[in-house]
Structures are given as structure tokens and as C-alpha cells.
Design a protein. Structure first.
Length: 131
């Protein structure tokens, strides 16, 4: 009977944590919006937007790869035939790194395209008609 209790408790805990994180972000956004609206109504200069944290894009991929390597090694050393479960987090982490690198490359291409002048011929000017 207790076999099903642990997975249910785990998923309930994860769902509760996600719920509270989302609620916290919504509440913070609502308070910032209300503060800005009050400043506009009273004619007070708007407070600057809070700076966003610069996040390390390689943090979670590195954690997943490390967890995957630990799982893979532990299962391989124990002689467990389920060592492939350790490969999944490794591949997810590698996929996240590859996605980030591709996004950086695409962003770099877009920035370069904005800097380059257009090589197309200029459009001919319309002549005023004599009608």
C-alpha cells in the first residue's frame, strides 16, 4: 500500500513548489505594475525597471550532466543493468548546451545582419505624372 504513496507525495511536492514560484512571480509583477500606475497618476517620474539577473546558461546543463555521470557510474559499478538511466540526464544536459550555442549563433547572425548595409539596388523614384 505504501508503494504508491512516495511517488504521489513527490509529485505533489513538486507541483506545490512550482505553484508557489509562479504565484510569487505574478505577485511581484503586479506590485511593480501598481507602483508604476500610481506614479503615472500622480505625475511622479517613473521608477526605473529593476535590473534582471544575469543567469549562467550553463548551470543547469552542467548539473544534469554531473547527475547523469554519477548515476551512470554508480549503476555501472554496482553491476546494475539499468545503467542507461544515467545517460538520459547526460543527453538532456548536452541538448541544453547545444540549444544555447545555437541560440547564440542565431543571435550573432541577426546582429550582424542589422549592421550590414543592404546590397539591393535603390528603388527608382516615381516621376510626377503630367496629368
Amino acid at each position: 500500500m505504501e508503494e504508491w504513496l512516495v511517488p504521489i507525495a513527490f509529485f505533489a511536492t513538486v507541483a506545490t513548489i512550482i505553484h508557489f514560484v509562479i504565484q510569487s512571480n505574478l505577485k511581484r509583477t503586479k506590485m511593480e505594475h501598481e507602483e508604476r500606475m500610481l506614479a503615472i497618476e500622480r505625475g511622479i517620474p517613473l521608477p526605473p525597471h529593476p535590473e534582471k539577473k544575469v543567469r549562467n546558461p550553463y548551470k543547469w546543463p552542467a548539473i544534469l550532466i554531473a547527475i547523469g555521470l554519477a548515476m551512470f557510474y554508480a549503476m555501472l559499478v554496482q553491476g546494475d543493468d539499468d545503467w542507461a538511466w544515467g545517460v538520459m540526464p547526460i543527453l538532456i544536459g548536452v541538448g541544453l548546451v547545444m540549444a544555447h550555442l545555437r541560440n547564440m549563433r542565431d543571435r550573432h547572425k541577426q546582429e550582424k545582419a542589422k549592421e550590414l548595409p543592404s546590397l539591393a539596388w535603390p528603388a527608382p523614384e516615381k516621376q510626377p505624372s503630367a496629368e
